[in-house]
Design a protein. Structure first.
Ligand SMILES: CC(C)(COP(=O)(O)OP(=O)(O)OC[C@H]1O[C@@H](n2cnc3c(N)ncnc32)[C@H](O)[C@@H]1OP(=O)(O)O)[C@@H](O)C(=O)NCCC(=O)NCCS
Length: 234
């Protein structure tokens, strides 16, 4: 694709919100009851339902803080021991980027039905996805993509289907926005996430992932770039 076409596609995607066309029932989540009380804490036992909501940047400060905190809890140690290091101010900037879009899993436990519209900011964030519509490669753009910058589920609510559901919504929105791929970056050491994306969500190592070029400059990268194509084989 020509650069002009790629930019047109990403610009159009940035101005649309296909989330509103998704059926509400698809955005409701029932969190399964704990298989054994000893395996899960009180929080999880109390929560029975949640909902997915879409937000464009800027996120309400309370929701932003919860996302940042969740990121730190899940990924802090991994980032600290990575080549990138942990820089929470940098992460905050990333989460406040103009093009940032979010899917938040919000707890319905706080009598959300009784809350006036617009007070979602007081809800508890159980998980979130941060994604943006952009070119696949800054230096050599080939196609428009939905780039997943973050996928985080609270540890007490992992393995309950929330991550898969969020990925399904990210992919559906990307498809409706005519993006050619969903792309993401994952640390090699993050074997759980790697297994989730590769085995469960059917992602593949992208052609631009550093592991395709290792040896050429003798660099050892500690991450992979994964992708899933959304266009039919030609
Ligand atoms: C990785 C993560 C996003 C997955 O989300 P999740 O809500 O725990 O995963 P789900 O419950 O939706 O799993 C969906 C399916 O994937 C499977 N799965 C989960 N982890 C897997 C793994 N390591 N290997 C293979 N399959 C896996 C589950 O068994 C489930 O299968 P099922 O639908 O047949 O039951 C979540 O665990 C997480 O937030 N981890 C910490 C943060 C992180 O690493 N984020 C990714 C950064 S790139």
């Amino acid at each position: 694709m020509k650069l002009k076409q790629i930019k047109q596609a990403t610009d159009a995607a940035k101005h649309q919100n296909h989330f509103v066309s998704l059926p509400p029932a698809f955005l409701k989540l029932d969190i399964p009851a704990a298989p054994s009380p000893s395996e899960l804490d009180e929080d999880r036992k109390q929560i029975t339902s949640a909902r997915i909501q879409h937000f464009a940047s800027p996120l309400h400060p309370n929701l932003l803080d919860q996302c940042l905190q969740l990121f730190e809890e899940n990924m802090g140690n991994m980032y600290q021991s990575s080549s990138w290091g942990l820089d929470l101010e940098e992460k905050r900037k990333e989460l406040t980027h103009d093009d940032a879009r979010f899917l938040l899993v919000l707890s319905d436990n706080d009598d959300a039905d009784d809350l006036p519209t617009g007070t979602e900011s007081s809800s508890q964030v159980l998980g979130f996805a941060h994604f943006r519509y952009e070119e696949d490669d800054e230096d050599d753009p080939k196609v428009p993509v939905s780039y997943l910058y973050e996928l985080q589920i609270q540890s007490t609510h992992q393995k309950a289907g929330l991550g898969k559901h969020l990925m399904n919504v990210v992919e559906l929105l990307a498809l409706k926005s005519h993006m050619h791929k969903v792309m993401l970056t994952v640390f090699k050491i993050n074997t759980k996430a790697m297994g989730f994306y590769l085995n469960k969500m059917k992602y593949e190592i992208d052609e631009c992932s550093p592991s395709n070029f290792e040896g050429e400059e003798n660099e050892n990268f500690d991450y992979e770039i994964l992708s899933k194509s959304l266009v039919g084989a030609k």
